[in-house]
Structure formats: C-alpha cells, structure tokens
Design a binder for this molecule. Structure first.
Ligand SMILES: Cc1cc2nc3c(=O)[nH]c(=O)nc-3n(C[C@H](O)[C@H](O)[C@H](O)COP(=O)(O)OP(=O)(O)OC[C@H]3O[C@@H](n4cnc5c(N)ncnc54)[C@H](O)[C@@H]3O)c2cc1C
Length: 416
C-alpha cells in the first residue's frame, strides 16, 4: 500500500479499515543469500538498498529485540555533513543528499527537517579552524557559511554572548543540516525493505556463527540455526560481542551516551546549535522540549542508561551557553551504547572470514550516516568492493597508520 494524502482522505471517509501492517512478521527460513545482523537504522537501510538498488533477493534482517529499539531510536536526531577530512566529508555529504530524497524514496514521513545547524566559535583560533572546515565542506560539494557575531545574535539573542570565558564570536553554519524523526527512519526502512520481500525477524538474537575452513555458513540464533551465503553485521554498540562469535577482535570500545529532554517550552531554537567550548548540543523538538546531549560517560559499559556526573557536566555546558536553561525542568534522560572506534571514524569492510562483513564504529555520529551507511554496506555485500565514498573505512587503516581522526585526539574514545 502506498501512503499518500489521498489515501489518508480515503481512509478517513471509510472508517480507517484499509490500513494494513507496515511489515510482515515472518518465520525464519532455513537459509538466505544475505543475513543482516541488527535491525537498527544501518541494518534496515542495508537490507532496503540491497533489495532496491542492488536487486538482490533472499535477504533477512535478524534483530534480537524489536526493530528500532537500539540507538536509532535513542539518538538526538541530528543530521549534517560538516566534516573536515577527505576520508569522511564525501561520505557524509552523500548521506545528506540521500536524506534529502529519502521520504519520497521509501514513501514514509520521517520528518526530515533541514532547519540548519550552527557550531559556535569562541576564539580567533577556533574561527580559523571553522573557516578551514567550511572550505573543505565546500570543496566536497557541501554548503557552509561563516556567520559573524551579529548574525548569530539575530538568530539567538538569548545566548550568553559576553561570557567572560567563552564569548561568542560567530559560528559555522550548514543550512542543509537539521533533524529527522529517528524512529520513523527505522520504520520507513523496515516498511520499504519488507515491500521488496526482505524478511524482518524480530526477537531473534544471533548467539554464534558457524564457520568452516575460513568461510561463514550461517548464524546460530535464539530461534535456531539459519544458513547464509553472506552475513553482514551492523549491531552498533554490540559490535565487539557479536564479532567475538567469529573470533574477530575489534579496535573498538562500548560506552554509554546519554540524551536529555526538557519540559515543553515555547518555540525558542529553530535549528540545531553546538557549543564550541565544551561538549553540548541542543535543538528543540516539535513538541517544544529542548533535546540536548554532550559527552559519553567515559567508562566501558553495555548499560542503556548513564550516570549523574555526566548529567552535571552536560548541564554545565548548557548553562554556560544559555543560562536560562537552568529554569527549565529536565523531563527525561536515557542512554545508548556507542561503538567507539579508536579514531572516531567508522568501519565498513570485509573481515578475514570469507562471507562475513562488518559495519560499525559509528561513535556518536551514526544516525546522520544511516542512509549512506546502508547504501555503502549493501554495495560492499553485493559487489564485494567498497563504494567510492566509503573506501577509507577499512580495518587495515589502524595497521597502516591511516587514521581518520577528525578531532586529532588519537586513540582515545572518551575524547572523540
Ligand atoms: C544518546 C545518543 C545520541 C545520539 N545522537 C546522535 C545524533 O544527534 N546524530 C547522529 O548522527 N548520531 C547520533 N547518535 C549515534 C547513532 O544513534 C548511532 O551511531 C546509530 O544509530 C548506530 O547505528 P544503528 O542505528 O544501526 O544502531 P542500533 O539502532 O543500536 O542498531 C543495532 C541493533 O543491533 C541489535 N543487536 C545487537 N546484538 C544483536 C545480536 N546478537 N543479534 C541480533 N541483533 C542484535 C540491537 O538490538 C540493535 O537494535 C546518538 C546516539 C545516542 C545513544
């Protein structure tokens, strides 16, 4: 069934009896050509593009819980392509272009809202760095604009411009950045993939991998063995645990990242804003809540909830930037498990095991990457060669010293 304005009208006039389920709930088959482990944004997008763009069939997505219960439904919904390095920028710009046509493509309202993102500048050196980043973005076909202090003041007059430690001197803006309703992305890709015949199997945890003579034969699951010619793993924060079933050790750690939502306020922030002197970013949801976040908790964990010291740290960042945030009540917080790589950039690559492929290491930035990650992983699975924008996301970059370290902070996940 195609969703459309006409369809809504028709259903409204006929008692809403014609809506079907958005996707089937199939029993797993004995074997598939492709198994994607993980029903988050990246796994679902991979299955969707594998079927739609690369014309592959006999595909299943295995999800240990329910579709969208992981980070895809837990993030702060920001999309952007404001990266500096050549290994990253073309990939994230490809992703932003896919976001721009996504709702028409998979016929689902994901509330893609290009409301603009600004990264605030607090020192002259930071302005130089922002100028360099903006130029790199423009060279890669993205949009970037340097705003002066007055332009920022016209947008957000309530910010603490004259803070003695962190005066606001301007901002780097990407107008095409913005937000997307995160769980609708999972639902849209799920519905789209199902429409192309992909089996989406929930409550099916991968508990082992059957490997013989260096080749994968399938996966052991909580619902029995399922054979596969190719297996793609896209399980975000659980990457190390799942790849351990194949004996693969990853250059990665799992950490908690928290998100925060305030009580509903009148419209205040119409775009996305990031503090440039600490880790704090904020936008306002359509319901009025300020949605914000900051640093990871800084210790390894598989818990999907965080601790109070980081709550304090994030709120301190918020208070430095917009002191009146202290008058708003915090309504909700939650956590997600991040797959922090050693250089802050992801991996989309084959593994030493024939037929086993890996997608992970997205750190806190994987939501915006969802469309391109799915497309590039599907490309790798179908053609056995990397997509042109994801060529740098290889395992061996750590061996060869070819890190893609946007922040220049070295192998320290807690600093990325
Ligand atoms: C608080 C927070 C804020 C964030 N904010 C942003 C942001 O603003 N912008 C941005 O770009 N990124 C953001 N991110 C990061 C982004 O959400 C993640 O990088 C991205 O969602 C990860 O990919 P995914 O959607 O496929 O992961 P997930 O949705 O976590 O999917 C992985 C799936 O694998 C499943 N799984 C795990 N183990 C198994 C198994 N053994 N068998 C079967 N299935 C398994 C899990 O249940 C899960 O559903 C944020 C993350 C958090 C937690």
């Amino acid at each position: 069934m195609r969703y459309s304005g006409f369809r809504i009208l028709k259903e409204a006039l006929t008692g809403h009896k014609g809506w079907g389920h958005a996707w089937r709930d199939p029993e797993p088959q004995a074997s598939y050509d492709y198994i994607i482990v993980g029903g988050g944004g990246h796994g679902l997008a991979t299955a969707y593009y594998l079927a739609k763009e690369f014309k592959q069939a006999r595909i299943a997505v295995l999800e240990k819980g329910y579709l969208g219960g992981g980070n895809v439904g837990r993030n702060t919904t920001i999309i952007r392509s404001n990266y500096l390095l050549d290994g990253n920028e073309p990939f994230y710009e490809f992703s932003l272009k896919l976001w721009e046509g996504l709702e028409q493509d998979f016929n689902y309202n994901a509330m893609v809202s290009q409301r603009g993102i600004i990264n605030l500048i607090h020192t002259d050196a930071a302005r130089d760095a922002a100028t360099r980043r903006g130029n790199a973005m423009i060279l890669n076909g993205a949009d970037a604009e340097l705003l002066n202090r007055d332009q920022v003041r016209a947008m957000y007059p309530f910010l603490n411009f004259d803070n003695a430690r962190f005066p606001i001197k301007g901002a780097l803006m990407q107008r095409r950045g913005g937000t997307v309703r995160h769980d609708a992305v999972a639902w849209g890709y799920a519905r789209g993939a199902d429409g192309f015949g992909v089996d989406l199997i929930q409550n099916c945890e991968v508990t082992g991998m059957r490997i013989e003579n260096g080749k994968i034969l399938g996966v052991e699951t909580s619902r029995g063995f399922i054979g596969a010619k190719k297996v793609g793993v896209a399980v975000a924060g659980s990457s190390s645990k799942v790849m351990a079933h194949a004996g693969v050790r990853l250059p990665m750690e799992s950490h908690v990242l928290q998100a925060f939502v305030s009580e509903g306020l009148k419209p205040l922030i119409d775009g996305v804003m990031t503090f440039g002197a600490g880790h704090f970013y904020v936008s306002q949801s359509d319901k009025g809540g300020l949605v914000f976040g900051g640093d990871i908790d800084g210790y390894n964990s598989y818990a999907q909830r965080g601790n109070l010291p980081v709550v304090e740290d994030v709120i301190e960042g918020g208070m430095a930037l917009m002191p009146m945030i202290g008058r708003a009540r915090l309504l909700r917080t939650w956590g997600g498990i991040m797959d922090m790589s050693m250089d802050g950039s992801p991996i989309i690559d084959k593994t030493p095991i024939d037929g086993l492929y890996f997608n992970g290491g997205w750190c806190y930035g994987g939501f915006k990457a969802t469309p391109a990650s799915g497309w590039c992983f599907a490309h790798l699975l179908a053609k056995d060669e990397p997509h042109v924008t994801a060529k740098a996301y290889r395992f061996d970059r750590f061996l060869k010293g070819l890190m893609i370290d946007e922040k220049g902070q070295g192998a320290q996940p807690n600093l990325h």
